[in-house]
Each structure stands twice: as C-alpha cells, then as structure tokens.
Design a protein around this ligand. Sequence first.
Ligand code: C5P
Ligand code: C5P
Ligand code: C5P
Ligand code: ZN
Length: 473
Amino acid sequence: MSAADPPVPLLAERAAACAERLRSADSVLLASHIDADGLTSGAIASSALERAGIDHETVFEKQLDEESIAGIASREFDTVLFTDFGSGQLDVIADHEAAGEFTPIIADHHQPADAETEYHLNPLLFGIDGASELSGAGASYVLAHALDADNRDLAALAIVGAVGDMQGGTEGLTGANEGIVDHAVAAGVVETRTDIALYGRQTRPLPKLLEYASDVRIPGISNDEAGAIAFLSELDIDVKADDGDWRRWVDLDDAERRTLVSALLQRAVSSGVPASRIEELVGTSYTLTAEEPGTELRDVSEFSTLLNATARYERADVGLAVCLGERGAPLERARTLLRNHRRNLSEGLQWVKSEGVIEEDHLQWFDAGSRIRETIVGIVAGMAIGSPAVDRSKPIVAFAEKDADHVKVSSRGSHRLVRQGLDLSAVMREASRSVGGDGGGHDVAAGATIPSGSQREFVAAANAIVGEQLGDE
Ligand code: C5P
Ligand code: C5P
Ligand code: C5P
Ligand code: ZN
C-alpha cells in the first residue's frame, strides 16, 4: 500500500471534493459531537486543517438541533465543517445553506435526514454501514487523508473513535474500518494483536480485570473478588510484583499471558459457559504505540472511555487537548474526570439492576429520572443490555431528565435484532416526533429528546414500531 492510497476507496471522490472546498475557505467553524467519537473526529479535523494552514475554530455540541444550528449560523463563518453529526439534521442545515448563511461540509456516519447537500461525506450514502463499518472519526480521517496523504498518523485517533462507538466486535474492526487500521499500522502508530478481550488490559490490576469482566460471565470469577483472587493464586505465574502490588495484564510476558488465558478458557468450559461466549474472551486489540505502556492512552478502548469522561461532563476542551497530544495538566484533569465517570457508570448500572426494567411486548425500558446523567444514560443502557442481568432478546429504552421540560431517551439493541429488522434510528425518530420531540442515530443504537411527561406515550409508540419492524405484532 502506498501512502497516497485512500483508506476507503468508495469515499475518495467525495472526500476530495470536500477537501477542495475546505482549501478555498477563508476560515472554517468546526463543530463536533461531545463523545469519544466526536472528540476524536474534532481532533482529526482540527489537526488536518491546522496542517493545511486553514484558519479555524472548534466548538462542541451535546446535540445538534435547530437551536444549536441557528447559533452556528449566527457566527461569522462562511464554511462550517460538521463532524460526527450533521447528517441527521441535514434538513435544518440545508435551510440555512439555502439562505446563504454558510456552506456546510459534513463528515458523519448517522442516518441522513431527507435533504441533500454537495459536500456530504457519509458512508451510508455509499452503501457502507455507518453503525459498524465507519465512525464519525473514520469519516473525518477519510477527509484528513484527502487533504494530505501525510496525515496517516491521524488514523490512530480514528480507531479510538470507532472503538468508542462500539464498532469493534471480537474480530476487531471490520469493513471500511479495516482500511483505516491498515493506514494506522503502516504509519506505525497502531499495533494489532490477538489478545484477551477484557476491558482494562493496561491499567487494571489482574483481579479487577477478571472481576469486572461483565460481557462474558464466568461463574466464580466475574463479580467475585475473592473468586478472581483465588483463581489467580492457583496459576503457575507471579501475579504480584516484588513490591507486593498486583500486576496488570500489560506487565505479563507472552508466556504468562498464554498461561492465564488458557486457565481462564478451561475454567469457562468447566463451568458450562457456552462455546459461543467463550470465543468472545479472545479478540483483536489495538495498541497506540506512541503512548506509554500501562496508561489509559495505550489501549484504544480505555482511551475512548477517558474521552467520554471529559466530553460528557462538559469538559470537551480537556479531551480535545489530550487527543491533540497535550500531556501534563489536561491528562491529570482527564484522569480525575475518569474516576468520576467510572463511579457514575457503576452506580447507574447498579441502580438499573436493582430497580429492574419494565417489560413491554417488544421492548424493555427504565426511567432513571435524575439518578443517571442524561449524557451517560446511553452508555449505562448499553452496559445493562450487555450484562447477564438483562434480557438481550428485546431492545432497551432508557429515560433520564434533561432539563425542566425535556427528557433524554437512549436506546440500544443487538446485531441479532438488527438482522431481524430492528432500526432504532427510525423508532427514535418516529416515536419522538409523535410526542413532539425529535431523535435519530443508528439502527443498533439511537436516541431522542421528548417533552417531560410523555414517556409512557413514547413507550407505547416505540413498542408498536419495534413490533412492526420485527414483524411480530
Ligand atoms: O453519536 P454516536 O454515533 O457517537 O453514538 C454511538 C453510540 O452507539 C455509542 O454510545 C455506542 O456505545 C453505541 N453503539 C452501541 N452498539 C453498537 C454501535 C454503537 O451501543 N454496535
Ligand atoms: O465508556 P465507554 O462507552 O467507552 O465504555 C465502553 C465499554 O467499556 C462499556 O460498555 C463497558 O463494558 C466497559 N467499561 C468498563 N468499566 C468502565 C468503563 C467502561 O467495563 N469503568
Ligand atoms: O445519546 P445516545 O448515546 O443514546 O445516542 C445514541 C445515538 O443516537 C448517537 O449516535 C446519537 O448521536 C444519536 N442521537 C440522535 N438524536 C438524538 C439523540 C441521540 O441522533 N436526539
Ligand atoms: Zn459517532
């Protein structure tokens, strides 16, 4: 592969047109979304504009809606680059474009609304799945590469964004994302390997790595601190360092890692974990080679959680600085935010498990009120449906208070349900519009904002739509 080869050939022509338009802009307002994918999208686009000598300012929005788009339009920029959002609000953006307020350039992967614009870079327009094959950061990287093929180092951030949007399965990133991984590997910024597929390989002490592994439940180890410690103590490896502290996965050598993995697989088999789940214990991992081993930045999934911990708590500036390579104070700040984020996730998940969910015919739901922050209720819903405590055969819908008059809705499904016809993006859009709100997203994960008090009416509408989609009313 030569450095000039586009990462996603199907998008190359559109990306080149968008790049050309950016080069001719006087100054650009870059607007991006407040999550890991949005931050990495913003960092990629901002770096590429900077390197190309294109004057720009970067802003982050929780949600792009009529109000935030009007705010953007009121700024003195003739060109607006939207990353990781924009497609779903294209109808509103196109009205501002028609009024001559700005020229939009969009690098996004969400389901587009019913409108068109010239500089619209979205995998879904080219038959590529935006939920699993290319993220907002991926689309932004495609644009960055079109601006300059020397931008291949930015592919590392695109991988953080894709994994942050949960695009990686056990086989790792697939489809169009593979082209981005190839660029990152060729540029020497990312290494891939087959590894234990547990969250926290870089930073968690071994007992915590095993105890907190929630996706594949191993009886006597998962959610069982004493069990995890007992399991480790029986292994023929030193699980503690000379100073008596627990070692982490990253501290083990290859032979020690093999010993641990095979003992874990044996334990899973002997305790009756189904083979299909056991396979999920090993998968592709992505390591950022420039980052220090044993830090949150070294492993892409830990990096993406660190970013969510900033942007979803109104500190996108901190996450952006970390993405742009600043260390020291921003990184320390991000780590403090991460501890808070982890506590909130774990308390949120605990609350859902103890309250339980309400079952409808075609979906299940919970209303967290003000107990879970609206910016993380989607992550909690995703963790809940991934946990053994919650049934996976129906999508989950979660509510959290947004402000005095509005409720945030988040929904999560599974790839199996999507294959059966589920499209949560349509469910969220239609059900929210029926109660005077709006929403959208992806087939497997979507969200909405609705008026306070309309939750039950919304559930009834969503339940009916899911039933129609799955053809089992
Ligand atoms: O706005 P954005 O596209 O970044 O949000 C994607 C959301 O969808 C993330 O919160 C991610 O966790 C979720 N998702 C998921 N399962 C997938 C794909 C995405 O839960 N398979
Ligand atoms: O926060 P984020 O959406 O990036 O988290 C991705 C996944 O990482 C979660 O769904 C969860 O399974 C895992 N995670 C975890 N412990 C945390 C944070 C995230 O196991 N403290
Ligand atoms: O907020 P949450 O993580 O649940 O969002 C899931 C997906 O739905 C994201 O891709 C988000 O951008 C999208 N969404 C949307 N419109 C909303 C809320 C969420 O398109 N009003
Ligand atoms: Zn995204």
